[in-house]
Design a protein around this ligand. Structure first.
Ligand code: FES
Ligand code: FE2
Length: 362
């Protein structure tokens, strides 16, 4: 039916495409905001798996497969008592390791009643989860601690994006879309040339310096700068893990008003977690190195950032839907531009991780 379409013969392809599982399992992913985890269990789809998350009496977090081994009732509908989670259906009780410690309808505790449990770590504002091989845990979750540092004013948000996580991950490292897709929100319209990109170990990095130009109005209030004031800025990005990347706006005001600071830092963080097929949890954070920023300024900035990110969500979801519906979607190789350096490095990191897990790459 498409015999006349001349597909590109060379180009790039997202490892494993966008229609099948293409996420590494042996790494830390964000499971939830720390504040979301209480003694009331919640259910989250993570890596195409239903996961129940809850907090034990001792304050620690726990996570396991959200299905009772008896008749598959979701444990997230149950309750937590001390160290145990209790199934809502027939009351079986499980310890945080997923072992059944009581089946109230009989004397014998069934030895085969074991639920896969996952490692969790709480760090800063997030709870992280490792859903692969526990013996392969070789690092701590990436450091995002500034979000709880009183020297910073912090805001955050969450999206359920109906698009493969790689699309979301690459989007936040792809900067030249800002003057186009976000022409009316970010209004940072000088961002049209490619940044310098490089690897620092396994960390994807980019850097780019801009000459005097007005700062995106989204961030002026947070730094107390007039919207039309030309400032210099250095954009620095780092992706220490496929799960999280940072984008820093280092702003220098060459002519500060009397008694005013000349240098400010705005730090953004972008956290993605594969959810169900073709869906992604996307957590974002933004912080100014200004303590005790006025609550009104924080709220105004947060709303403006959401307005801009809505533009990304809208486009990424259409892209995913288009590809999901088109049986030839993945045969169409992508053309790569000079500005895609960071995105290509993301794919290289992803390829390497999938390969290390013995996964096929296409
Ligand atoms: S389904 Fe959980 S105890 Fe029966
Ligand atoms: Fe964007």
């Amino acid at each position: 039916m498409d015999a006349d379409i001349d597909y590109p013969k060379t180009g790039q392809r997202i490892p494993n495409g966008m229609l099948q599982d293409n996420y590494p399992r042996n790494m830390w992913w964000v499971a939830a905001l720390s504040a979301d985890i209480t003694s009331q269990p919640i259910s989250r789809w993570i890596l195409e798996t239903p996961v129940v998350l809850y907090r034990l009496e001792n304050g620690k977090t726990a996570a396991m497969y959200d299905r009772c081994p008896h008749r598959w009732a979701p444990l997230s509908e149950g309750r937590v008592e001390g160290e145990r989670i209790i199934c809502p259906y027939h009351g079986m009780q499980f310890d945080p390791g997923g072992t059944c410690v009581k089946a109230p309808t009989q004397k014998m505790t069934p030895k085969t009643a074991q639920i896969p449990a996952f490692e969790t770590r709480e760090a800063g504002a997030f709870v992280w989860i490792w859903m692969g091989d526990k013996d392969a845990i070789d690092c701590d979750p990436p450091e995002v601690g500034y979000q709880t540092d009183p020297g910073w004013s912090f805001m955050s948000g969450y999206y359920d994006v109906a698009a493969n996580w790689v699309l979301v991950r690459e989007n936040v490292l792809d900067l030249t879309h800002i003057p186009f897709l976000h022409a009316n929100t970010f209004k940072q319209n000088d961002w049209v040339t490619a940044p310098e990109t490089y690897m620092d170990g396994d960390t994807v990095c980019y850097e780019q310096e801009f000459d005097l130009a007005p700062l995106s109005p989204l961030f002026c209030a947070g730094m107390g700068l007039p919207e039309d004031k030309p400032v210099k800025r250095k954009q620095v990005g780092r992706m220490p893990s496929l799960a999280v990347s940072f984008s820093d706006w280092n702003v220098h005001d060459p002519a500060p008003d009397e008694g005013r600071r000349s240098d400010f830092l705005m730090r953004g963080c972008h956290i993605v977690t594969p959810s169900q097929r073709g869906r992604t949890h996307y957590y974002w954070g933004a912080a100014f190195d200004v303590p005790d920023l006025d609550a009104g300024v924080i709220e105004k900035t947060r709303k403006s950032v959401i307005e801009a990110f809505d533009e990304d969500k809208h486009l990424l979801e259409i892209m995913q839907a288009q590809i999901s519906k088109d049986p030839r979607g993945l045969d169409y190789l992508e053309v790569t531009l000079g500005a895609d350096g960071a995105g290509i490095k993301v794919r290289q990191v992803l390829n390497k991780k999938l390969e290390a897990e013995g996964r096929s790459l296409s």
